[in-house]
Design a protein around this ligand. Structure first.
Ligand SMILES: O=c1ccn([C@@H]2O[C@H](COP(=O)(O)O)[C@@H](O)[C@H]2O)c(=O)[nH]1
Length: 457
């Protein structure tokens, strides 16, 4: 095939311009490799840039659904530019760091919300640079499904080896490189395809590696090891009842959610036994405080008063209503180091005043606090491309009839499979059951089965 011939001859050219070298090289992480690729030099060879653009064009010619291109910084930026000139497709550029002056933008160029962006990359080894770029683009509202890659380290060296009629390298080196490439296969990087980053299909353990908030990392671990995505809403008004329930259902839950201000006999002495139970049964304490005031007030509500939430709750909820001040307050307040926030982007209440603009702005806010935000409270699959974030969905019951105060329920299967819930919050479905322990176990089982079904294939 003509393009295969062109690709082989291009591979030889890369060798000639020293973009691909054979020998003994130390990688960034200190390992030795017999093959080294550095495509930065290619900008000095305009005729090779032309060929490269032709080859990439060949690869993407069937892709109808591309509105815009983005090169992974820095080496792929000129490559993306060459492709943009060839295709007439506009391009955006991703900064590695936001400027600390002017617009502070991470993505430069003109684009619309929902534009479908094709990532252009020079070399893929683990796919992590592509993932970082995708994350920033998605945070800005772009959609990223595909990537076109010049050299996959699984295959790039091999391509050159195939051309040994040119006698670029001797047989011993050929064997050595082939062995190295075979032994250092990367799993995610597949030529012409971006690594899978759809959280709905990813196991929790894989997602924990992409989470930035320490409580999310812990939660993913608990969810995987205990095989539970059940968060119990322990909306009881009596301390002893809360402790008893926590002790009994502890083995089946990943988090215990409280509304501490409804506890009629609250005394700070409740906290230590609750923490002990959480530790013994390996679940996280979660105060559903829904902070919504100015930062200064939130800081006090979170860390002071009789509840001193920051001293015991690893997780809290917050509204995004008053903007970043709430998150800055929670981040800076005294208390336990281990803390995470779930931001409310939607509610389960009928007639909620939250609209699309508010929901989108809430998602955008999370991007600025990757170390603090554990996830989003919502009813719909609002985000797929941030696998480190957790979707928490309340309003879950086996029977989906709501209450008489506007609460709306959906079934476990529906919220997990159709709506993308990672953790489901169940309150009265358990607390008002004839046997809450059996009910908790049942919810744990059906939710986990639904999660397994979601990620299978
Ligand atoms: O949108 C939201 C946000 C939070 N909640 C809380 O979840 C539980 C639900 O309890 P059920 O008894 O299962 O109805 C409760 O603590 C709410 O405050 C919610 O329901 N919807």
């Amino acid at each position: 095939m003509a393009s295969d011939k062109k690709l082989k001859s291009f591979a030889i050219d890369l060798f000639r311009i020293n973009a691909v070298k054979f020998g003994e090289f130390k990688t960034k992480v200190g390992l030795m490799t017999p093959v080294y690729c550095d495509l930065r030099v290619i900008v000095s060879y305009p005729e090779l840039m032309q060929t490269l653009a032709d080859l990439l064009l060949e690869k993407i010619k069937d892709k109808k659904n591309v509105d815009i291109l983005c090169g992974v910084p820095y080496t792929a930026l000129p490559i993306a530019t060459a492709l943009s000139l060839k295709t007439g497709l506009p391009m955006v550029m991703r900064r590695k760091e936001a400027k600390d002056y002017g617009t502070k933008k991470l993505i430069e160029g003109v684009f619309k919300d929902g534009d479908r962006c094709l990532i252009v990359e020079d070399i893929v080894t683990s796919g992590s640079s592509i993932l970082e770029t995708v994350k920033d683009l998605v945070n800005e509202g772009l959609k990223c499904k595909d990537a076109v890659v010049l050299l996959n380290r699984e295959q790039g060296g091999a391509k050159i080896l195939e051309n040994n009629e040119e006698k670029c390298i001797d047989t011993a080196m050929q064997q050595k490189v082939k062995k190295y490439l075979a032994e250092t296969q990367v799993t995610e990087s597949v030529l012409n395809k971006a690594p899978a980053i759809n959280r709905f299909k990813m196991p929790f353990l894989d997602r924990s590696k992409l989470a930035k908030n320490p409580v999310s990392i812990k939660l993913f671990g608990i969810m995987s090891s205990k095989q539970t995505t059940l968060c119990l809403a322990a909306d009881l008004t009596d301390s002893t009842k809360i402790l008893n329930l926590a002790e009994q259902v502890g083995p089946y839950i990943c988090a215990l959610k409280t509304h501490i201000d409804i506890v009629e006999d609250f005394h700070p002495n409740l906290i230590q036994p609750l923490k002990d139970i959480a530790k013994r049964h390996n679940f996280v304490l979660f105060e559903d405080r829904k902070f919504a005031d100015i930062g200064n007030t939130v800081e006090m509500q979170y860390s002071k008063g009789i509840y001193q939430i920051s001293s015991w709750a690893s997780l809290v909820t917050a509204h995004s209503l008053t903007g970043k001040g709430v998150l800055d307050a929670i981040k800076g307040a005294p208390g336990n180091e281990e803390r995470g926030v779930f931001l409310l982007a939607e509610t389960s209440a009928a007639g909620s005043l939250i609209n699309d603009t508010y929901t989108k702005a809430t998602l955008k806010l999370t991007a600025d606090y990757p170390d603090l935000v554990s996830g989003i409270v919502c009813q719909n699959p609002l985000f797929s491309d941030s696998p480190g974030l957790i979707q928490l969905t309340p309003g879950v019951k086996l029977e989906s009839k709501g209450d008489n105060l506007g609460q709306q329920y959906n079934t476990p299967d529906y919220v997990v499979i159709e709506k993308g819930a990672d953790i489901a919050v169940v309150g009265r479905g358990i607390t008002e059951a004839a046997d809450p322990v059996t009910a908790a176990k049942l919810y744990r089982d059906v939710l986990w089965k639904a999660y397994e079904k979601r990620i299978e294939n």
